[in-house]
Design a protein around this ligand. Structure first.
Ligand SMILES: [Fe+2]
Ligand SMILES: [Fe+2]
Ligand SMILES: [Fe+2]
Ligand SMILES: [Fe+2]
Length: 402
């Protein structure tokens, strides 16, 4: 079992989520990291345990992990209230986000940290909780989140410290409680606040959060990857079940080959993560109804290298990263992003490429119904004959999914 650093996984999440929040909420780049930085500083000052510091920072980085999911639900599911009884619209991403966090191997019970990250001190938030009922990390995240969304701490100006003080004073008692405000003031000097606009905010956050190295089992990694896949899939109704479809099919194929159960789970993880780079592609391109222009296609193709950028820094994910990020490579060298050829492409990478095409063709999209297995196999077999994809794997896909 490989050791993986939980912090690396968090960092990967935040690179991916950054883009989503930027696109969907209009917050400036690195919003989640600034929220995490402020929260981590406050946790230190409050002398929370190391485990709690890690978990609170994780929640700060992922406070809006269900943004894509909730927006897609509100857009597409008229019946969502019966599935989320008693949850107000403004609290849907909080409730979904809290449920998703159960996929992460944390040590504390962190559900309330995400669920209540929009509660106001006077009880006027989505769930009507007042200060005493709201966990401290949730109150920290709330303060950091509101502050950054309102005042954009990613851009530092000489008057910013005064503007922050005025804003906090104005909202004392109604939005923020006195104890959290005091903690914020003790934890962050003016220099710390100015540093939030630094281009090295990633490294600053990483340096603040205590590290946690764990030998995750295959099934624990699969849970983490499922969270990534959900975020990716919900970004656009055009990709709504694509990552999960690939993950499940990769797992089935690996089981078909009788691989060791731990390896089977790693196939699932690679499948779940293969298109995580699509979080960095704007929806206007992902969802364009007509054919893409040359420039748009160039941007679209970048998702594969973005996936690499997100996954490559995760220690212990070396195999998974390569399997996941070569899913658009072709045996004849016509693929991307690296233009690799048959001699470079191993079995799992060839498998991901075949499954990616298979899944894309059989799944429903808003503008088309999924193809049947038979029609899909014809297209795959043509690609085999053209020397683009692996013939043996394609035959096995026919056997397993036929
Ligand atoms: Fe939020
Ligand atoms: Fe936020
Ligand atoms: Fe892809
Ligand atoms: Fe894909």
């Amino acid at each position: 079992m490989n050791t993986t650093r939980f912090n690396d996984i968090l960092a990967a999440f935040s690179i991916a989520l950054d883009q989503v929040e930027h696109e969907m909420l209009g917050v400036s780049d690195h919003h989640a990291k600034r929220v995490a930085y402020i929260t981590a500083k406050m946790c230190q000052t409050a002398h929370l345990s190391q485990d709690l510091q890690i978990d609170a920072a994780a929640c700060a980085l992922l406070h809006d992990n269900a943004l894509t999911e909730s927006q897609s639900t509100l857009r597409g599911d008229k019946d969502w209230q019966s599935k989320w009884p008693g949850i107000p619209e403004t609290g849907l991403h909080c409730a979904m986000g809290a449920r998703n966090m159960a996929n992460l191997p944390t040590t504390s019970d962190i559900r309330g940290f995400i669920r209540f990250h929009h509660e106001n001190a006077d009880g006027s938030g989505p769930f009507g909780l007042t200060t005493d009922a709201t966990p401290l990390p949730a109150r920290m995240i709330h303060l950091a989140d509101q502050l950054d969304r309102t005042l954009n701490l990613g851009m530092w100006t000489p008057d910013k410290a005064a503007v922050i003080t005025a804003y906090l004073d104005q909202n004392r008692g109604n939005v923020f409680d006195a104890a959290t405000l005091e903690l914020f003031q003790d934890a962050l000097s003016v220099n710390d606040l100015a540093a939030l606009s630094s281009p090295t905010i990633d490294a600053m956050v990483a340096g603040l959060i205590p590290t946690r190295d764990i030998a995750y089992s295959g099934s624990e990694l699969a849970h983490i990857a499922t969270l990534f896949a959900r975020i990716t899939d919900y970004k656009s109704s055009f990709t709504c079940s694509h990552s999960m479809g690939i993950a499940n099919k990769a797992r089935r194929m690996a089981a078909f080959y009788h691989y060791d159960p731990e390896v089977v789970e790693r196939y699932y993880v690679a499948g779940a993560l293969h298109d995580v780079g699509k979080l960095m592609i704007p929806n206007r391109i992902l969802e364009k109804p007509g054919p893409l222009t040359k420039d748009e296609y160039t941007i679209m193709k970048k998702h594969a290298s973005y996936s690499f950028k997100v996954l490559n820094p995760i220690k212990g994910f070396e195999d998974i990263t390569v399997w996941a990020c070569r899913h658009h490579e072709k045996l004849d060298g016509s693929g991307y992003p690296f233009g690799l050829t048959a001699k470079d492409l191993t079995q799992p990478e060839r498998l991901m490429a075949c499954i990616d095409i298979y899944q894309a063709l059989v799944e429903d999209r808003p503008y088309k119904e999924g193809m049947t297995h038979q029609t899909t196999m014809k297209i795959l077999n043509n690609m085999v004959n053209d020397g683009q994809i692996d013939g043996g794997i394609t035959a096995d896909i026919d056997t397993v999914f036929g």
